[in-house]
Design a binder for this molecule. Structure first.
Ligand code: ATP
Ligand code: MG
Length: 401
C-alpha cells in the first residue's frame, strides 16, 4: 500500500491496565472511522498506529485529526533505511518540499533534521545520522543553515525495522482518551451552543455519548428537530456509534402550564426531563447524565436552580461546562464545527409557554408542592413510550469536509 500515516496516541502516561485498554480501543475506533473510505491496513506499535492506505491520505488525515485520543499524526513517506539510499531519499524528499518555498538563493533557510530510531540496532546513532543527512542537504541546497532551536524547515526521519519514514510535520489532534475507554453517558442535547460542546468534552474523556432531545412538536416546528439531527450527525465523526433519542415533551409542558405556578415552569420542565433521562439511561446502559449548564450564564442558571433540577436525577449529572465562560464555550464549538449549526434560529422546547418572570432561586419544597398537582408517573411513562430513535455511524461526512 503506497500511502502511510503515523498516528500517535495521547495520554501515553496512562498507567497500568488502562493503557492497553485505551490502545486497543484506539485501534478499534480508527478502523471503524476509516472503514468507509477504501482499503487500509493497521499496525500497532506501542503508543502509535501505522495506517497504510491504497488511496491518497487526504480524507483519512481529516478524519483522524479529529478523533479523541489522537495526539498528532504525520503523513509519512516510506524509504529504504540503509545510509546511502536513505540519503538519496531525504534529498529527493527535501527537493519536493523546497519547491514550495521562495527561492533559496535569495535568503538562508534555518533547518534541522530530526532523527529517531525505533529500531536501536541501526548501525548509526541518531546524532550521527542527523549530522550526515544535514551535511548532505547543505551540500545539495545552498542557503540551508542549521538551526536546532528555531527551524523553519524540518525533515523528520524515523528508523523502523522495515525501512525509514520521512515526514514534514506533526498535525495536532484533539488529545484526550479513545471513546469507549470510559463508561457511557446520556447527554441532554438541546439545539443550543452549549450542550453539543458538553457532549464533545465527555467524548474526549473516553465516554460514548447517547443523545436525548426533548421536543414540543407541534408547538415547535419540525426544523428544530432537523437541527438536532444535524448536530448529532456532525458529532458522529468523533465517536464510533451515535444514537439520538427524541422524546415528545408537549404533553408534559401543557400539564405544567395548566396546573403549576407560572414562574416555576422552566425549572419544572427540566426536572421532568431529568426524570425521563434517568429512566432512559437505565435502558441504554448510561452511568451518568450530561448537560450544558454553565454557572450564571443566564439568570436562571443559579446554583439554587441547578441543585433543584439535579434533585430529580438519581444518576450523577455531569456538567463539563460549569466553570467555562461563554467565549470559551464558543471557541470550542467553532473548533469542533457545531457552532454554525447551533446558531440557526430555531426555538428549543424550553421557550414554549415561557414565564414572564422565571424563578431564579427555586426552592425544592415549593417545586415538590407544585408537582403534587401533576400525574408525574404517567407523564414520564408517556414521554418514554413516545421516544423515537435514530442511529448514526461515523460514515456521515458532509460534502465540504
Ligand atoms: P444550550 O446552549 O445547551 O441549549 P442553554 O445555555 O440554552 O444551553 P438551558 O436552556 O438552561 O441552557 O439548558 C441547560 C441544559 O439543559 C442544556 O445544556 C441541555 O443539556 C438541557 N436541555 C435544555 N433544553 C433541552 C431539550 N429541549 N432537550 C434536551 N436537553 C435540554
Ligand atoms: Mg438552550
Amino acid at each position: 500500500m503506497p500511502h502511510t500515516i503515523v498516528v500517535r496516541f495521547s495520554e501515553v502516561t496512562l498507567k497500568g491496565r488502562n493503557r492497553p485498554l485505551f490502545e486497543r480501543q484506539m485501534v478499534r475506533n480508527v478502523s471503524r472511522h476509516l472503514d468507509a473510505h477504501g482499503e487500509f491496513r493497521l499496525q500497532r506499535d506501542s503508543a502509535r498506529l501505522v495506517v497504510e492506505l491504497n488511496q491518497p491520505p487526504h480524507t483519512a488525515v481529516e478524519i483522524l485529526r479529529g478523533l479523541p485520543g489522537v495526539a498528532n499524526l504525520s503523513v509519512a513517506e516510506l524509504v529504504p533505511r540503509e545510509p546511502e539510499p536513505l540519503t538519496e531519499a531525504v534529498l529527493a524528499h527535501a527537493a519536493a518540499r523546497l519547491e514550495a518555498v521562495p527561492p533559496l538563493e535569495a535568503r538562508s533557510l534555518p533547518f534541522r533534521v530530526e532523527v529517531s530510531r525505533k529500531d536501536k540496532r541501526y548501525p548509526l546513532t541518531s546524532m550521527e545520522l542527523a549530522a550526515r543527512l544535514g551535511a548532505a542537504l547543505m551540500e545539495r541546497f545552498e542557503g540551508l543553515r542549521v538551526d536546532l532551536e528555531r527551524p523553519e524547515f524540518t525533515v523528520w526521519v524515523e528508523i523502523w525495522e522495515r525501512g525509514a519514514a520521512l515526514y514534514a510535520e506533526k498535525i495536532p489532534g484533539p488529545g484526550g482518551l479513545a471513546v469507549g475507554s470510559s463508561g457511557t453517558v446520556l447527554c441532554l442535547l438541546s439545539g443550543g451552543i452549549d450542550s453539543p460542546v458538553a457532549a464533545y468534552l465527555m467524548m474526549t474523556r473516553g465516554a460514548p455519548v447517547v443523545f436525548l432531545n426533548f421536543h414540543s412538536f407541534p408547538f415547535i416546528g419540525e426544523r428544530s428537530k432537523e437541527k438536532v439531527h444535524e448536530l448529532v450527525r456532525f458529532l458522529a465523526r468523533y465517536q464510533p456509534e451515535s444514537r439520538l433519542c427524541f422524546a415528545p415533551f408537549a404533553k408534559a409542558q401543557e400539564a405544567i402550564r395548566d396546573r403549576c405556578p407560572e414562574g416555576l415552569r422552566t425549572v419544572l420542565y427540566r426536572r421532568m426531563m431529568n426524570r425521563v433521562a434517568n429512566r432512559l439511561a437505565g435502558r441504554v446502559g448510561a452511568l451518568a447524565l450530561v448537560t450544558g449548564e454553565s454557572l450564571g450564564q443566564v439568570a436562571s442558571q443559579t446554583l439554587e436552580n441547578i441543585r433543584a433540577i439535579e434533585d430529580t436525577a438519581e444518576l450523577p449529572v455531569l456538567q463539563p461546562l460549569i466553570g467555562m465562560s461563554k467565549p470559551e464555550i464558543i471557541a470550542v464549538a467553532r473548533r469542533i464545527g457545531t457552532y454554525e449549526i447551533s446558531i440557526q434560529p430555531f426555538p428549543d422546547c424550553c421557550t414554549l409557554f415561557q414565564p414572564r418572570k422565571p424563578e431564579t432561586r427555586a426552592k425544592i419544597e415549593r417545586l415538590a408542592r407544585a408537582e403534587s398537582a401533576l400525574p408525574i408517573e404517567e407523564l414520564v411513562e408517556e414521554c418514554l413510550a413516545g421516544i423515537e430513535t435514530s442511529e448514526y455511524g461515523p460514515l456521515y461526512f458532509p460534502a465540504e469536509w
